[in-house]
Design a protein around this ligand. Sequence first.
Ligand code: ZN
Length: 191
Amino acid sequence: MNQDEVKELFKKNNALLNGHFKLSSGLHSDAYFQSALILQYPCHAEKLARALAAKLVENDIKVDVVVSPAMGGIIIGHEMGRALGTRAVFTERVDGAVSLRRGFSVEKGERVLVVEDVITTGLSTREVIDALTKLGAEISAVVSLVDRSAGKVDFGVPRFALLSLEVKSYKEEECPMCKAGGVAVKPGSRK
Ligand code: ZN
């Protein structure tokens, strides 16, 4: 799938929203990617994961286990595990810290693929990388459906996205939409 096809899929499923949003990072933006609206269709999730897996194969990147952060990364992570023939586990926050729960583990030296749905600042992805590195895992690569930083966020490992584009986000105090008197909404929450 090329970038245009992926963008079209987001638009067709109303998964690319325009408005005034407060992102999970706390930043404000006029665009929001609601990947769940695409991933609710397993056939789309499978296709997107296969497209990401193809990039890894092309670049000869080896993966033993897929790790994705809950909730956003779980479905695409699961499909990546299917596409790559590996297991797929997810991290959760326990008292604010990124952790593996439910008996999930990552062995020393295991090659981990970190899978996200959307990367904006990369801060939460970095927390996942740090938590796994502490367990002795080796991070093979980071992949996401959408990279809102257009590749600017650097994790020190190879990184691939199906849709890579620069979407402006603002600190609340610098947000032009707030300055114009608007109120940011948390996407997905009921108004
Ligand atoms: Zn704002």
